[in-house]
Design a protein around this ligand. Structure first.
Ligand SMILES: Cc1cc2nc3c(=O)[nH]c(=O)nc-3n(C[C@H](O)[C@H](O)[C@H](O)COP(=O)(O)O)c2cc1C
Length: 205
């Protein structure tokens, strides 16, 4: 706790990526409450570019298989030793199949300005991605404040077609990230987080 009267600041400092997750899955209303908070994030041009999916147990194996095949192709093209590839894939599979609750966040381009030149379209899509980060931070902060453990998994961004296919998602939904959620395992210790370094990370002109 700190000596100022802003609980939000304590919540921001207290949030950590907690990868040691215990069950049970979050209740449906708990998931909906967290997603509803994510959906209050700022977004460009008054758009609502986010779509969230709760991924049930029945889809997890198919999803892990599809994403694993795509990642294996990438890692083998990088010429990584097969043991390293197998270890990475097994870890990733366990995170997908083992998360007590698994959410997928997607973006849609509804309401974005459609530019014909690549430079402005990239910037416009960048706006949507910024708002996705804001939405996920809302969700992670709210999860932490409610005593849940959660962390961001960026793998869907690297295998969007496989994720869409495994979950039967509309072609206009662009998978961005999973959030794995559960209860914090008693013995889990988050990685050290460096203190904010205003000397390097902030300047005035
Ligand atoms: C865009 C983005 C992608 C991330 N991808 C992953 C991921 O794939 N796997 C993972 O374990 N953590 C992932 N993280 C969590 C970061 O590793 C974590 O936020 C960072 O180490 C700082 O730790 P903290 O969240 O506890 O402050 C991601 C975070 C962000 C913002």
């Amino acid at each position: 706790m700190t000596d100022h009267p802003h609980p939000i600041e304590d919540a921001i400092r207290a949030r950590r990526s907690v990868r040691g997750l215990d069950g049970p899955p979050l209740a449906a209303e708990e998931v909906e409450a967290l997603v509803a908070l994510a959906l209050t994030a700022p977004a460009p041009h008054h758009t609502r570019p986010w779509r969230f999916v709760e991924i049930g147990a029945a889809r997890r194996e198919v999803l892990a298989d599809a994403m694993g095949s795509a990642w294996r192709r990438d890692l083998e093209a990088d010429a990584l030793p097969s043991k390293t590839v197998d270890r990475a894939l097994a870890r990733s599979r366990a995170r997908i199949t083992g998360a007590p609750t698994l959410l997928l966040g997607c973006l849609v381009a509804d309401g974005l300005n459609r530019y014909t030149d690549e430079r402005r379209w990239r910037a416009e899509w960048g706006l949507a991605q910024h708002s996705f980060g804001a939405a996920l931070q809302n969700l992670l902060l709210a999860a932490s404040a409610r005593g849940f453990a959660a962390y961001w998994i960026s793998a869907p961004l690297y295998a969007p077609d496989e994720v869409r296919g495994a979950l039967d998602l509309d072609a206009t939904w662009e998978p961005q990230a999973f959030v794995a959620l559960g209860r914090p395992k008693g013995d889990y210790r988050p990685f050290d987080r460096p203190a904010p370094d205003l000397g390097t990370e902030f300047t005035r002109r």
